[in-house]
Design a protein around this ligand. Structure first.
Ligand code: ADP
Ligand code: GLC
Length: 495
């Protein structure tokens, strides 16, 4: 099959979170299965044109009664099979993407012209196909910024070479829907009646994701449990009804992890590789982590690691909220060390800095670091993810692969990938709690620390069990190709 991945992020070019990992790793896994994959992303300011190849000729994109002109650059996706390379196309438009930030900057977290930027980019997807005379069987759109792709396909673009093309929409995070003033609809060049027909209407605002959900041939989210949760009012962010309506076409497909990057046996960021057969490298990684974060070099004290965006989704309020978050009492009351790497909401960054001044056993780095994230995964004993909601979550899978036991909330993909410790049978791969409260986090970290000191053999057995799990993308890629087939079959039946 020919598949065009349309997204706003893809490693190693642009990343704010797991979306970037998922887009590239899925593309590679599908290419390994023999599919012809191409990716389209914007050419952000941070992506150096000098490393890309320029494609002759401008790309015109009709928008709001005029044409926006852009350039196209290309390169191959690193890590894709040599015999079946994946081309990445970059749409270069100075006004929309020639600035710092992908969705925003700290002073303007959601750029005011985002609806216009991503309407442009979604329309460019089709213009690129025409420019290349390359017509995919499936356009696979990711998240709200590309949610107009299925809408454009249904209302107008399914012509010529694209007459048989179908759309698949993946929801990586229902918390971000792209809800804007409906004046922005003008840029879409869609008829006025499509605003209601496609279901853009959201209390008189324009909801990008809602229209995408309504019109995509097939859709999915990134874990089976989140697919079920999002169809309930508690997790549906007001779109649970729309998702229930599409239930027959809506799946949950678990993300995988890139096993070339996240694999302790070949990890170049850790002092000594390790595997189930020889775990010495994990002890060395712990020592290196303590050195790196200037913690006392004690081999026999449990380290709790965190690598996260500091936003409400990740449960940081319950952990670091001034006066009620439990991180303070966890570090005060328990014999452990805690190490955090992250960036995000300013209040939370400040609170974390504050804690690290006041607590000798809590160290934090505010910022983004690939190297340190690997060292934390390898050197920690436990990895904490108290997410409010988690569509899939990658870090708990990295943790399992590194023999680091996840402490997670019973939600989304966390519940699909971690098995709770059972003290009677000794089985399990991590520690799970239900309620998102500071007390529940405190108690469950306490339980894990207690197990570390009192059931070491069981804890070590859990590490090995986690390391044996298969989280490679192969299985997920097969589920995606089945979903593509279903979309094609469905479109053939109705056309
Ligand atoms: P989300 O996409 O919601 O942030 P995921 O668990 O799917 O959550 O993916 C997060 C990804 O971003 C992981 O690859 C994680 O290692 C990475 N990450 C997040 N914050 C940082 C950071 N400060 N430094 C390095 N990597 C980070
Ligand atoms: C989103 C979700 C995260 C998921 C990632 C990749 O950022 O928050 O849970 O793992 O997308 O699909």
């Amino acid at each position: 099959m020919k598949i065009l991945m349309a997204a706003t992020e893809a490693v190693p070019f642009a990343k704010t979170g797991g979306l970037a990992d998922a887009v590239s790793a899925l593309s590679i896994a599908l290419a390994q299965e023999g599919h012809e994959i191409r990716i389209i992303i914007p050419r952000y300011y941070s992506i150096d044109r000098n490393n890309l190849q320029y494609l002759e000729g401008a790309l015109g994109v009709p928008m709001g009664g005029r044409e926006e002109w852009s350039a196209v650059y290309t390169t191959n996706l690193p890590g894709a099979p040599v015999k079946n390379p994946v081309s990445v196309y970059f749409i270069d438009h100075e006004q929309f993407f020639g600035r710092d930030g992908i969705y925003g900057v700290p002073s303007e977290p959601d750029f005011l012209d985002n609806p216009r930027r991503f309407t442009f980019f979604s329309r460019a997807v089709f213009q690129l196909c025409r420019k290349l005379s390359w017509y995919p069987d499936v356009v696979h759109a990711h998240d709200w910024p590309l949610a107009l792709v299925p809408v454009f396909l249904k209302y107008g673009e399914r012509i010529g070479g694209l007459a048989k093309t179908v759309s698949v929409l993946t929801i990586h995070n229902l918390g971000y829907q792209g809800i804007y003033h409906k004046d922005n609809y003008y840029y879409s060049n869609l008829d006025g009646n499509v605003f209601y027909e496609a279901g853009f209407d959201d209390w008189n605002m324009m909801n990008f994701l809602k229209a995408g959900i309504n019109t995509a041939d097939k859709l999915n989210t990134v874990s089976p449990n989140y697919a079920a949760e999002t169809q309930t009012p508690a997790y549906g962010f007001r779109l649970d009804g729309v998702l229930r309506y599409r239930a027959a076409d809506y799946r949950g497909i678990l993300n995988g992890i890139d096993t070339k990057v996240w694999n302790p046996a070949i990890d170049r960021y850790i002092p000594k590789p390790y595997s189930i057969k020889d775990m010495e490298g994990k002890i060395k990684a712990k020592e290196a982590l303590q050195k790196e974060f200037k913690l006392p070099l004690e081999p026999d004290i449990p380290i709790i690691g965190l690598v996260t965006r500091l936003t409400e989704q990740k449960g940081v309020g319950e952990l670091f909220g001034p006066a009620y978050g439990s991180a303070w009492s966890i570090c005060q009351d328990m014999r452990l060390q805690m190490v955090l790497l992250g960036s995000g909401d300013p209040w939370c960054e400040n609170e974390i800095k504050n804690l690290s001044y006041r607590l000798a056993n809590f160290k934090a780095r505010i910022g983004y670091s690939e190297a340190e994230s690997h060292l934390i995964e390898a050197g920690s004993d436990f990895f904490l993810m108290p997410s409010r909601y988690e569509p899939c979550g990658l870090n708990q899978m990295y943790s399992l692969a590194y023999g680091t036991l996840p402490i997670v909330r019973n939600t989304g993909g966390l519940a699909d990938t971690v098995e709770n410790f059972n003290q009677d049978t000794g089985k399990g791969t991590g520690f799970i709690f239900n309620d998102l409260t500071p007390q529940a986090i405190y108690n469950t970290v306490g339980w894990a620390v207690w197990a570390y000191y009192n059931c070491r053999a069981q804890v070590d057995a859990m590490r090995i069990l986690g390391m044996k799990q298969d989280f490679s993308w192969k299985k997920s890629a097969r589920q995606y190709s089945a979903l593509y087939e279903e979309a094609i079959a469905k479109a053939a039946k109705t056309s």
